[in-house]
Design a protein around this ligand. Sequence first.
Ligand SMILES: [Ca+2]
Ligand SMILES: [Ca+2]
Ligand SMILES: [Ca+2]
Length: 464
Amino acid sequence: MSIILKHLYPTMNKKFNFQFVCFTTRLNNILRLATLAAACFALPTHALAQSSCPEDLNFDRVVNGADTMIVMNAFGNCPASPASCPADLNGDRVVNINDVFIVLDAYGNCPVAAPTITSVNPRMPQPTSGGMPITITGTNFTGASVMVGGVAATRVQVNSAGTSLTAVTPSGAVGLATVTVTTAGGTATLAGAFRYFDSSWYTVLEQNPSAAVVPNATVRANIIATGFPWRVRDIGTGIELLLVPPGTFTMGCNAFDLGTCSTWESPRHQVTLTRAFYLGRYEVTQAQWQARMGNNPSYFSRNNPNRPVERVSWDNVAGFNTATGFRLPTEAEWEYSCRAGTTRAIHYTSRQHPNGSNSSIYAYNIAWFGGNAGARTHNVGGKDPNGFGFYDMSGNVMEWCNDWFGSYSAGAATDPAGPSTGTSRVLRGGSWGISSYYCRSSARYDNDPATRTDYIGFRVARTP
Ligand SMILES: [Ca+2]
Ligand SMILES: [Ca+2]
Ligand SMILES: [Ca+2]
């Protein structure tokens, strides 16, 4: 009979004729009702896990007299939605004896409903040190514990509906992390909920970009969206780095008032960089090189610890980077970082020159070059930075890039890394000894990787 009732209830209305209910069931239910006379029930004072039975109105995972009493106490109309009247079990906008019979028919234990995970936010990368708040949405979270990568998250707080929880991530291993939510009803899993990145090599100087350094609000938002801290200091070397967000730009030749571009700066082509990366805010200094390598090869070495290190070959730099965990930027990364959103010859910007400038006069603002350097290097950071906050991208010393030197292709490129082989390595940015023509963002030249001269240095990059 109970099976029949369950099939009937969805279509029952107020005129349901209880004469159809067989006498034995009614007697049974009447006996159950009688036992309620002495029933003393109390609503739970703390949240219990959701049961899988809608008739378990007090959420204690059993349908019994206490639930029946809740229905009887709620007798009356339900003017609002059925959801506002949990005791209106057949959804006919009135709580009456029909609902009581539904409860009576469902007497028994109710298993706890299993949790499900819909999403984990933010999905952006998290440091391996943990300590970041996350929000998990889904169902049936009441009483949940949370594991991230097999390690318990802390400060788990579930909302009253059991549909959302917040937690703080534990420390984890580099790579994709699996999030599991466990309740009395079971375990839900979301693989690859986010990625842990290696945060052990730096200290965070500033988590989010300052408007004073990165004036473009869109760029700041793109940096924040990566999830990586913006300004960090490498623990091993003391080198300060800034995060460059992924993006697309046009790489190659620009018009310039001192002449036409070199043929090897063409054709202009679209480049997309898919991954954020860190780049040294300044050229690597003599002090930073000396501290790690135990020597100072620079020509301008006398009492100038904060000038850029020079007379370092591409091969020497590879040794420094092996020792420190850094790498050189690719040529595309270098030009993207130098332009900082500008499209004209040099990255100088002002209210009148929001896209950079084609005039060599502004090279004086951003670069130590042949026109103003006095035939020597200068302390790093002495000229105006660009829109990402990098100093001396133009001038002071030329900077090694990782790529073998080669000609450009016209097609769009994604994360280009240059030719697979070659005889010379790319140099960028101009130097203290040559004209502003070589300080253009697109200007490129090359040298044998063993070359050591007093106008060539470098800055470091690292993929988070
Ligand atoms: Ca109950
Ligand atoms: Ca009803
Ligand atoms: Ca430079």
